[in-house]
Design a protein around this ligand. Structure first.
Ligand code: ADP
Length: 664
């Protein structure tokens, strides 16, 4: 049975009767009756019927005016109007004013019933639709709020990452916590160093007097969060920050720092309103607390890194050697005081963030730097600067930074070296003259008269001694030349040929000691950039030593191969070997192993020093592996000639990069 209430606004009693008895009552509708427009409007407002049947011609206020009044007051009740004549103008006007249907008088009860049912069912489904729309609007609003919350959290997250200063971040976190939880106050407490009290680090709308309060860990809600690491949510008497700071509702969540546990508390408070907090507030506050913890941790790490950086800078600044640090783009990051003095920088602006090539013009230094950045390897070399000083510069790549240039002043050593060279040259020449005349007299002695066998023996010994003195002087001069002159001529060298010639020259010498001398040349060996005379000296010397320090009947073996852009040469023997303790020193000048096995073996102790000096000048390396009593293996490595470059302009950069010969 329907329960809808229908208001009939009709001045004709007969029509009212007709409607009530033939249409409304038999179909279960409750009806209300109004005799004129004014009464009808009043009853509509008071009774809120489900439908109005409205006559157009009424006393006091006609049907159109009633419709107008209903529209003005936003009354949304469906209206069926009745009229005696079908005037198009009237019908249009009535529909414009919100009427739902109309029936022409006199009407058939069935016709009226159908109109009532039609309008009511349309209005019911409209109500349902309205309800759905309202629900959608609610959901929409909820979603919008959640989106806004997420947006706020996201913004806070971004400021944590971008802001360096901790205060604004923590203040924002508390502010946002208060806003999102709809709270009156907010606070962020951090545990002090003693671990027994919390202090206020950031607040929002907390009383001025309370700003300095300290909250004990023992017996307080905040302390409970610290001890348990879990949120605390309180209402009623127990909801207080500290004794005397009472609240009606309080929500605290922990601030957890990685590796350090709970370091503080983020809280929101209601002191006046009875509004409590929800699960969602816990969720939002926990997210904010995580951000705050990350920001605090970042700030701590940033401070630590800054302190370390300052320490390092102070050490570098104080260093007596000039140090320059450049980034990967060769922009100067640091130039310590000593370097500024050397390079005549009077102000930081002259170098900071400047590309090194724009502020330093020294070509040797720049080419070392370019080489380091091209190869990503350490480079070093002697760099003379304008005022006459000379520096040994080492440039090392440092990953994540760029390059560090360390400069050692070797001006004094260079001067010493020059004096030493002068001394060696003059003493060698001075010695050579008397030596030549002694040698001449020795040669003349046999002509002075016949000599006894013993006298001849003495002359032979004197001649040998003279020869070793002359050899020593030559070696000394050679060593000096290597150390002082930079003008070694470099050309593409066929190392295979150089080794073969040297080995052939040593065959008779090895044969004297019944040594087996092995040399199995490889099918091909890369050409190396070098000085053929000096490289021959290296092989000669290694072979000479191998023969010298290998007892008769032993073997000496020479090998060579290509390896990853380098040529590797080995000279091995099964001779007396070198004691492990002596191995680090054998490339030093004048170093010789003194042992029962080396007694009587001639030598100056300069040979391997010369070998090393030659290989250094070729950017090569040499090392030894040796076991006393079993033999030694000397290995040296030289960079091979670079392959032909496809870029023509690169070829003009470095003469060494132009291949002038094919691999053998
Ligand atoms: P030297 O003129 O004495 O040969 P070097 O500088 O060539 O001087 O060698 C230094 C020392 O290294 C030698 O005196 C010797 O003790 C040791 N040494 C060099 N080569 C060998 C080798 N092949 N076997 C054993 N000892 C060696």
């Amino acid at each position: 049975m329907t329960q809808e209430r229908i208001l009939v606004i009709e001045d004709s009693f007969e029509t009212q009767q007709l409607l009530a008895e033939l249409v409304l009552q038999p179909n279960g509708y409750t009806h209300l009756m109004a005799m004129d427009g004014e009464e009808g409007l009043r009853m509509t407002l008071e009774e809120s019927p489900d439908l109005i049947v409205l006559d157009m011609l009424l006393p006091k206020m006609n049907g159109l005016d009633v419709l107008k009044a209903l529209k003005q007051q936003d009354v949304d009740i469906p209206v069926i109007f009745t009229t005696v004549r079908e005037s198009v103008e009237l019908v249009v006007q009535a529909f414009r004013l919100g009427a739902s249907d109309y029936v022409i008088k006199p009407f058939d009860p069935q016709e009226m019933l159908e109109a009532i049912q039609r309008v009511l069912s349309a209005s019911t489904s409209r109500e349902e639709r309205d309800q759905e729309v309202r629900q959608m609007a609610d959901i929409n609003q909820q979603l919008r709020r959640q989106l806004q919350e997420l947006n706020i959290l996201y913004t806070i997250g971004r400021s944590v990452a971008s802001l360096r200063d901790l205060d604004p971040i923590l203040n924002r976190v508390v502010e946002v916590a208060v806003y999102l939880a709809g709270a009156e106050e907010g606070l962020l407490l951090l545990l002090d160093e003693s671990g027994s009290e919390l202090y206020l680090r950031a607040t929002k709308d907390v009383d001025q007097e309370a700003q300095t309060m300290r909250v004990p860990v023992e017996d307080t809600p905040a302390g409970r969060v610290i001890q348990t690491g879990r949120p605390v949510f309180l209402t009623g008497d127990r909801a207080k920050v500290v004794t005397g700071y009472l609240t009606k509702a309080l929500l605290y969540v922990p601030l957890r720092a990685p590796d350090q546990g709970t370091i503080g508390v983020l809280g929101v408070i209601n002191r006046e309103s009875d509004r409590t907090f929800t699960e969602r507030d816990i969720f939002l506050l926990s997210a904010l607390a995580d951000y705050a913890a990350v920001a605090i941790e970042n700030a701590r790490l940033f401070k630590a890194v800054k302190a370390e950086q300052r320490k390092l800078e102070a050490i570098l600044q104080e260093a007596q050697v000039p140090i320059i640090v450049v980034d990967d783009n060769l922009r100067i990051l640091l130039c310590n005081d000593t370097a500024c003095r050397v390079l005549s920088f009077s102000h930081r602006d002259q170098w900071f963030q400047q590309t090194i090539g724009n502020v330093i013009s020294n070509p040797t230094l720049l080419s070392l730097l370019v080489e380091a950045s091209d190869t990503h390897r350490a480079t070093w070399g002697e760099v003379p600067i304008e005022d006459g000083q000379t520096f040994n510069v080492r440039i090392s790549p440092v990953s994540g930074v760029g390059y560090v240039l360390m400069m050692h002043d070797v001006t004094y050593l260079k001067e010493l070296n020059r004096v030493k060279s002068e001394f060696i040259t003059s003493i060698s020449h001075d010695l050579r003259t008397p030596l030549t005349s002694i040698q001449g007299y020795i040669e003349l002695l046999p002509r002075a008269g016949s000599l006894t066998a013993q006298q001849q023996e003495f002359i032979l010994r004197a001649r040998h001694s003279m020869e070793s003195i002359a050899h020593l002087l030559n070696t000394l001069l050679d060593m000096d030349r290597l150390e002082t002159s930079d003008d070694m001529e470099i050309e593409p060298c066929n190392l295979l040929k150089i080794i073969t010639t040297s080995v052939e020259a040593y065959i008779p010498i090895a044969a004297e000691k019944h040594h087996e001398l092995r040399w199995e040349p490889p099918d091909r060996l890369s050409v190396v950039p070098g000085n053929p005379y000096r490289l021959r000296q290296v092989i000669d010397h290694l072979l000479n030593n191998a023969i010298k320090f290998t007892p008769p009947e032993g073997w000496i073996s020479v090998s060579a191969r290509d390896d990853d852009g380098h040529v590797v040469v080995q000279v091995a023997d099964n001779g007396i070997g070198i004691p492990t303790a002596a191995q680090p020193y054998i490339f030093d000048k004048f170093y010789r192993v003194e042992s029962s096995e080396t007694i009587g073996i001639p030598g100056s102790g300069l040979g391997l020093a010369i070998v090393k000096a030659i290989l250094d000048k070729h950017k090569g390396r040499i090392w030894v592996e040796s076991h006393p009593g079993m033999g030694s293996v000397f290995t040296f490595v030289l960079p091979a000639m670079k392959a032909r470059s496809p870029e023509p302009q690169e070829q003009t950069l470095s003469p060494l990069s132009q291949p002038t010969g094919e691999d053998i």
